[in-house]
Design a protein around this ligand. Structure first.
Ligand code: AMP
Length: 306
């Protein structure tokens, strides 16, 4: 039984008010794999060009990330994205998107991935995400999907079709408003839960994340950090921590999802401390556990009602 991850593997160029990166390794699938592999083996589905460094693929293989489902298009270029963050570090502008190998990407699910129990659909074209669901002979126990405003603008009908097939949808607050047409996040959640998913996670950057299910709602804060260096990939890392914990424990109850949200938030708090995937490569189990303990302290209080 396994965790299958689908998502972009990319080159990114990032500008923040505090610094600028050269072309570095990024991509939703890359962040998810680096993060989830702390918890469980990962079977990756993606596509890269001949320019993607061999050493990066080896680094992932060394972390038990199976790359049989990663297509290497020797004569083409890897997906490239560049973005610039505003002073608040919460909002950003996309400066450039070069789809390159992603333009005609047709994922192929290897036979060895057919034991997929948990499926994480990282941000990609909704038709590509759907193609992976359709290629699996048995429906996974849990399908989680991340997406972004880009697809709402150019492929809303297609997006809604894929959303109707998943169990958990993850979006940020402005995307939840755009998808539902509602300003109140509670109303937005109600409307999105009617589109198919049983669970909805709304990410609010430095203000934490909300988990909605039926009439229940759970809130997890983000850790107040002294320095946020680069928020790129925080959402993907959050997703990787969330699904990593669920896949490791094999428990898809609402209660366990609450823990998974805390794990995701802790992992995201590491991601933003350095450029790109750098911080995720440095941390070990002890670092992760002590960060999770900080979260428990942050929200732990008793109230005596008088
Ligand atoms: P996040 O900061 O979590 O929203 O994710 C940032 C990552 O998403 C970057 O590493 C980009 O390479 C990747 N990305 C940006 N736009 C797209 C897109 N249209 N399709 C797939 N991946 C993308």
């Amino acid at each position: 039984m396994s965790l299958v991850v689908v998502g972009s593997m990319a080159f990114d160029a990032i500008e923040t008010p505090f610094g600028k990166s050269d072309k570095i390794i990024g991509g939703a699938g890359t962040y998810i794999a680096w993060c989830a592999s702390n918890y469980t083996a990962v079977k990756q589905i993606s596509v890269v060009g001949g320019d993607f460094p061999e050493s990066e693929l080896t680094a992932l293989t060394n972390r038990k990330v199976d790359l049989e489902g990663v297509q290497i298009k020797k004569d083409e270029k890897t997906f490239f994205w560049s973005g610039r963050y505003h002073l608040d570090m919460n909002s950003r502008d996309t400066l450039e998107t070069q789809l390159n190998v992603l333009e005609n990407f047709q994922p192929i699910v290897p036979e060895s991935y057919q034991d997929c129990e948990f499926l994480m659909l990282g941000n990609l074209a909704p038709s590509v995400q759907r193609s992976v669901i359709e290629q699996l002979k048995n429906r996974p126990k849990l399908i989680i999907m991340d997406t972004m405003n880009f697809w709402m603008e150019i492929a809303m009908d297609d997006l809604k079709k894929t959303i109707s097939m998943v169990d958990v949808l993850m979006v940020n607050d402005s995307e939840a408003r755009q998808l539902s047409g509602e300003f109140s996040l509670v109303k937005a959640a109600k409307s999105i839960l009617q589109m198919g998913p049983k669970y909805l996670i709304i990410k609010k950057g430095e203000h934490g994340a909300l988990l909605f299910h039926e009439n229940k709602v759970f809130f997890a804060p983000a850790l107040p950090l002294e320095e946020v260096f680069d928020p790129t990939g925080a959402g993907d890392t959050f997703a990787g921590g969330f699904i990593g914990h669920i896949a490791k424990t094999k428990d898809i109850s609402f209660n366990n999802m609450k823990t998974a949200i805390i794990v995701g938030s802790a992992m995201a708090s590491f991601c933003v401390e350095k450029f790109g995937t750098q911080r995720l490569r440095e941390i070990n189990k002890a670092d992760i556990n002590s960060r999770i303990a900080e979260f428990v302290q942050l929200v732990n209080f008793d109230i005596n009602l008088v």
